[in-house]
Design a protein around this ligand. Structure first.
Ligand SMILES: CC(=O)N[C@@H](CCCN)C(=O)O
Ligand SMILES: NC(=O)OP(=O)(O)O
Length: 331
């Protein structure tokens, strides 16, 4: 049984087939592909886009969804053999098996708790659901965000056509709090797999993404005869870029420290995406996963400019997720 956990498990051709199907679904949004199917959407974290686009998409395809929110269900234990005398009231061993008797697929959003990256880098909640559920699992964002990745690729292909050899600037941007790395991990996997020439811009080595994503990105770039460049030099990253994708994230080496020690230094506000930096590019498109703090992560001029793909990318979540759910349903 196939799941949709990370795009690393799906070949370039398979991802392109999902993107092609998403285009078909964009043209013909209401189809009977999930008639009578029930899907549980488990949210351990807030969401505007993911929740709405999954629910609407499932309804469009004739299925139905049940949303379970962190506050409205029992706190879950993920570790096998745990002595459950902490806050968890239920083990995923039961939760996943019980849900599997009610629904045909389970989709999960579970961000890391930012307590211990050596554990969280193995995606404990998602992995536990995969271990115990007897139905396909869909990742709605954990340590990667594969649905966002597909939506980004679709928006880029709609605007740029072929992505082969296009220069992608993946930039860290400022946010006062240390955010999750998932979206940038995914943007890196997607851009390298689809044949883009990728530069990852970070303020310093301390902001390096987990080595497993850097390794995978380098491998995918190599398979396409392209490169993955890591840099701290703003000009090098932006110059000649065809596309700029921004994301803020917190240092992995500070996970577990008190929040006061993890706040982003004010000096890094200079990484904001602004017109001056965009002027270095090859008239690049700009995108970001949303939600986005305006004039902190990117200026109004960039966000509202004609090269901004933020709304298209968000809309495409609906179409790509329908393609993913249909592919899992058809297996
Ligand atoms: C504010 C915040 O936590 N943003 C999240 C949302 C990602 C998209 N679902 C982040 O940037 O990682
Ligand atoms: N981009 C995204 O996943 O948005 P939400 O967090 O609002 O679902």
């Amino acid at each position: 049984m196939r799941h949709f956990l990370t795009t690393e498990d799906w070949s370039k051709a398979e991802l392109q087939a999902l993107l092609d199907d998403a285009r078909e679904l964009k043209a013909n949004p209401r189809q009977d592909r999930l008639r009578g199917k029930r899907i549980a959407l488990v949210f351990m974290n807030p969401s505007l886009r993911t929740r709405t686009s999954f629910q609407v998409g499932i309804t469009d395809l004739g299925g139905s969804s049940v949303v379970l929110d962190a506050g409205g269900t029992w706190p879950l234990e993920t570790e096998d053999g745990a002595v459950m005398d902490g806050t968890a009231e239920e083990h995923v061993a039961e939760a996943a098996r019980v849900l599997s008797t009610y629904v045909d697929m389970i989709a999960i959003r579970a961000f890391p708790k930012f307590e211990d990256w050596s554990v969280e880098r193995h995606d404990p909640v998602l992995s536990a659901f995969v271990r115990y559920a007897t139905v396909p699992i869909v990742n709605m964002e954990t340590i990667v965000h594969p649905c966002q990745e597909l939506a980004m690729l679709m928006a880029l292909q709609e605007r740029h056509g072929s992505l082969q050899g296009q220069k992608m600037c993946l930039t860290w941007t400022y946010h006062p709090k240390p955010l999750n790395t998932a979206v940038m991990n995914s943007a890196l996997l997607a851009a390298t797999k689809m044949g883009m020439e990728v530069t990852l811009l970070m303020p310093s080595d301390e902001y390096m993404l987990d080595e497993k994503f850097i390794e995978a990105g380098s491998r995918f770039a190599g398979e396409n005869g392209r490169g993955l460049t890591l840099t701290h030099d703003v000009e090098e990253a932006y110059r000649g870029a065809d596309a700029v994708y921004a994301k803020s994230w917190g240092r992995l080496d500070q996970i577990g420290l008190p929040m006061e020690e993890r706040l982003t230094p004010d000096a890094l506000r200079r990484f904001i995406v602004d017109e001056e930096k965009m002027a270095l590019t090859n008239n690049a498109t700009f995108s970001h996963c949303l939600p986005m703090r305006r004039n902190v992560k990117a200026t109004d001029a960039v966000v509202d400019g004609s090269n901004s793909l933020i709304i298209e990318e968000a809309e495409n979540r609906l179409h790509v997720q329908k393609a993913v759910l249909s592919a899992l349903n058809d297996q």
